[in-house]
Design a binder for this molecule. Structure first.
Ligand code: 5AD
Ligand code: SF4
Length: 455
């Protein structure tokens, strides 16, 4: 006699739209993982989806407002359906966490609201939403870490994100993250190593360790000690087949000696670092509660360059923070000129509800913010172009990651994270190839194989 089997759940199509940071990219993949046993399969567009999740970002006003316009579009799509098919709408991520009440008021047709720390409970929330009219809300910071309840992630191609740390205790005065993502938490090192081993066994060759403050990582290790990110990187480097390790995003305060030394000692740790400084003015840095000065930042960069002379740097800048004068802005420009970045991101200061900077005096006029943004972006673009140009003629090891848009074209990335296009067989995907950089295209590089037979 065969044992009775429980019926498979009906297949439902799931569309997830991700806004914002890489942490959200990771979270969206995990939401799909956690819903897969419930019969949810991914679909590339919302049109025919049974469930749509908007995994949202609250970091700047524009990102948050986009969610409401997308919700309006989904509502029209849902009401225009003539085939009787329902569309369950969920808002996840930091906007759900911070503006739950506003969402239920402005978009009462939303079925589920789930915060970034409770999405492991999605199957239960979906079951409740199936039974109920009106929004099912879970924006708690549960005592159980969600990671303990998520299935092992699936590898998709040779690169993967691995979340090791979450939340933030720094409270920069402009930033919503400490409120939306909660207190700092580090996953135990054994769990990280196990997840990394699983990914590598499934073909992953490059892992990017993620955290809002990833270099503040302090995870419990099997021997009872606490590991920092440098120690974790050294342990990950022992995994056979893991060729590249990266991490993002870091805070200057947590750039400790051991982590910097790991850049010298661990060949798998890529020579690229995203280290946001936000401003080059000590006055503004203090007002931002960054807990470091311009000189502290310089010293870190000097030390890193002494350990790894070719390390390429990236940063984030905010222009028009309250009280920012022309002289403060010039200090930022001077710092960029002095350090030289391979790439960087810059943003106009955006007032965020509940953050201390919102209540500060001397807000900067919108036109001045725009002017400063244009200046900073032109400088950053110039440095990016110069960095890309400096690579032409060089031979670089490129991890070939996926098919390009054109036939026979493969895309990869250099150790410095630049995208590279090369003509190669698809079988090369997942390999690290020695390529000669031949040209600079828009935000990318063209290349050829050093050994033509290898293509
Ligand atoms: N306004 C503008 N930019 C912001 N960032 C964070 N909060 C704000 C804000 N209120 C930027 C910072 C941070 C990046 C992720 O977003 O530069 O490093
Ligand atoms: Fe936000 Fe500052 Fe924390 Fe970064 S360190 S997440 S900018 S509060």
């Amino acid at each position: 006699m065969t044992a009775p089997t429980s019926p498979l759940p009906p297949r439902r199509k799931l569309f997830i739209k991700t806004y914002g940071c890489q942490m959200n990219v990771y979270d969206s993949a995990r939401m799909a993982d956690v819903l897969a046993p419930q019969g949810f399969v991914s679909t590339p567009t919302p049109e025919d989806a049974d469930m749509v999740i908007l995994n949202t970002c609250h970091i700047r006003e524009k990102a948050a407002e986009k969610v409401f316009s997308d919700l309006g579009r989904l509502r029209s799509m849902k009401t225009a359906r003539r085939n009787g098919q329902d569309m369950m709408i969920a808002v996840a991520g930091c906007v759900a966490q911070a503006e739950g009440a506003e969402i239920t008021a402005r978009a009462p047709y939303v079925d589920i609201l789930v915060g970034p720390q409770s999405y492991h409970r999605l199957p239960e929330l979906v079951a409740r939403a199936d039974r109920k009219n009106g929004a099912v809300v879970d924006t708690e910071f549960p005592s159980e870490p969600k990671f303990d309840f998520l299935p092992a992630p699936r590898a998709e191609g040779p690169t993967a994100f691995l979340s090791v740390q979450e939340g933030c205790d720094k409270f920069c005065t402009f930033c919503v993250v400490p409120y939306t993502r909660g207190a700092e938490y580090s996953r135990p090192a054994v769990d990280v190593l196990r997840e990394a081993q699983g990914l590598v066994a499934a073909g992953v060759r490059e892992i990017t360790l993620l955290g809002q403050n990833v270099n503040a990582y302090h995870g419990d290790a099997a021997d009872g000690s606490t590991w920092g990110l440098g120690r974790l990187a050294r342990a990950l480097a022992e995994i056979d087949g893991l060729l590249r390790i990266r991490y993002t995003t870091s805070h200057p305060r947590d750039m400790n000696d051991d982590l910097m030394a790991a850049h010298r000692d661990v060949p798998q740790l890529m020579p690229f670092l995203h280290l946001p400084v936000q401003s080059g003015s000590d006055t503004i840095l203090a007002e931002m509660n960054r807990q470091h000065t311009r000189d502290d930042y310089r010293r870190i960069i000097d030390q890193l360059r002494s350990y790894k002379s070719d390390i390429a740097l990236s940063s984030d800048f905010i222009v028009g923070f309250p009280g920012e004068t022309d002289a403060d802005f010039k200090a930022t420009i001077d710092l960029i000129e002095e350090i030289t970045f391979a790439q960087a991101f810059s943003f106009k200061y955006s007032q965020r509800p509940g953050t201390p900077a919102t209540a500060m005096k001397k807000h900067v006029a919108e036109e001045i913010k725009s002017e400063r943004l244009a200046i900073i972006q032109a400088l950053i673009d110039k440095q990016l172009d110069a960095f890309n140009e400096s690579c032409v003629g060089r031979e670089l090891d490129v991890l070939l990651t996926h098919k390009g848009r054109h036939d026979g074209q493969i895309v990869g990335r250099t150790p410095y994270l630049q995208p590279v296009y090369v003509t190669a067989e698809q079988t090369q995907i997942g390999k690290v190839a020695r390529l000669r950089i031949t040209e600079v295209a828009t935000y990318s590089l063209g290349a050829e194989f050093v050994d033509a037979h290898a293509a």
